[in-house]
Design a protein around this ligand. Structure first.
Ligand SMILES: [Zn+2]
Ligand SMILES: [Zn+2]
Length: 432
């Protein structure tokens, strides 16, 4: 049986894996059940498995929930079948997992990365939505795999299995990274900072169905990921009776409002694109009280890491000035960040040639410009800084609705096909 046929024959199990993950979605840093399933399978396949501090650097982990939330999610994971011993190795939300396999034949080190977290989205529970109709919709209210990371984790395990079955054709080393917390761009930084991809010669990652509505299609590389920072500003003033003694209050709501408008006036940068958005403003407790609490959640983006840094430092300056204007305190909390990132063009071209030779795609696109952000950019730039090459692909598939919506779903044929393609690419680049 050829490797392609083997991958196709795995479809039933890949679909079952994806549906199990889809039914048990877990948010950033709480992917205890997902990571336990991954670690268990990697061990079974004969991989050396790194977890916890072995592949996560604690002080670079952003937006980790409280210990109480982590404990609750650990208990839920164990109740839903996670291995307690493995879960205990993920204390503090260190839910990253890496599987490493060295092959007999000397060769290059190939790194892969798959993100595994879900979103705060309520899944559609009507029969119009396939996961609900076929009984694998989310068992966790308010949480949903609506970006396809259930598919990414499944493909990662599929690739791990196919590589292990063909280890005599492989060369060098493969490192398969399962990354927590991509949503909100929180997870990659901590994993990359552990040094896990510093020795990688060729790095591959990608996303299911992003901006490509056709089945059996592949974009071999993307360029143009924007650098981004996600920040919360928490304003604290002084409450007072609005009728009896307003002069005794310090108005946090007005400071937050002033800051929100000011942020949108930051001068554009001549060196490239920039973005700013205040997405949330919450303030106040009642009509007749001078509001002493306010929160804004905002993000900046830039065409390069430097432009984003400019946007972020201007934003911080304006927020402090707005707080000053109203005599309130402000605390700024970094909730997530990503660097700008581009695929290595020569590696992308090589992928195009290799995949063309496989003859399994209807539509093969060399390169596509994207203008979103994706924290895989940390992996791309770290590998490139260390002299390696790195590429981010798009795995085309028909989607039921847009990413991050409660109707999101994808054609599961993408699972065996991507499993096959990535395994061929690991074989190709390892043998270089
Ligand atoms: Zn997403
Ligand atoms: Zn995603």
């Amino acid at each position: 049986m050829t490797m392609f046929n083997e991958a196709m024959a795995m479809k039933k199990e890949l679909v079952a894996c994806r549906r199990d993950l889809h039914a048990h979605p877990e948010l950033a840093w709480t992917e205890f059940r997902t990571a336990s399933k991954i670690a268990r399978e990697l061990k079974r396949l004969g991989y050396e498995v790194l977890m916890g501090d072995q592949c996560m650097k604690e002080d670079e982990m952003m937006g980790v929930p409280s210990e109480a939330v982590l404990q609750e999610c650990m208990q839920r994971a164990i109740a839903e079948g996670a291995d307690p011993e493995l879960v205990s190795r993920m204390q503090g939300g260190k839910t990253g997992v890496v599987g490493i396999m060295h092959f007999d034949k000397p060769g290059k080190t190939v790194g892969l990365r798959f993100d595994i977290d879900c979103l705060l989205v309520d899944e559609n529970s009507t029969d119009d939505h396939k996961p609900s109709r076929e009984g694998f919709n989310s068992l966790h209210p308010g949480l949903m795999h609506s970006c396809g990371h259930d598919g990414h984790a499944t493909i990662g395990l599929g690739v791990a299995r196919l590589i292990a079955a063909h280890r005599e054709e492989m060369a060098g080393t493969v490192k398969i990274c399962f990354q927590p917390g991509e949503e909100g761009v929180m997870g990659a930084r901590g994993m990359v900072a552990s040094g896990i991809v510093d020795d990688v010669d060729y790095f591959l990652s990608g996303h299911i169905g992003l901006g490509n509505g056709e089945d059996d299609s592949l974009v071999c590389m993307t360029e143009g990921f924007l650098a981004t920072s996600k920040i919360d500003a928490i304003f604290t003033g002084k409450p007072a009776h609005a009728g009896a003694n307003p002069e005794k209050g310090r108005n946090a709501l007005l400071a937050a409002a002033e800051a929100s408008i000011a942020l949108h006036t930051i001068s554009r940068h001549s060196a490239g694109p920039s973005r700013i958005n205040v997405g949330v403003l919450k303030a106040g407790t009642g009509r007749n009280v001078i509001p002493d609490q306010a929160l804004i959640q905002f993000e900046t983006r830039g065409g390069s890491t430097e432009i984003n840094q400019y946007m972020e430092s201007e934003a911080r300056r304006m927020i402090r000035a707005a707080a000053d204007l109203y005599g309130v305190e402000v605390r700024l909390e970094a909730k997530g960040s990503a660097a700008s990132g581009n695929s290595s063009p020569d590696m992308g071209k090589e992928i195009y040639e290799v995949v063309k030779g496989l003859g399994v795609y209807k539509d093969l696109e060399l390169s596509r410009h994207v203008s979103g952000s994706e924290d895989c950019s940390y992996f791309l730039s770290r590998v490139q800084q260390h002299g390696g090459k790195a590429v981010y692909m798009l795995y085309g598939t028909k989607e039921a609705a847009g990413h991050h919506t409660s109707e999101f779903d994808f054609n599961e044929d993408v699972l065996p096909l991507t499993t096959y393609t990535m395994t061929e690419l690991v074989k190709h680049f390892g043998n270089k």
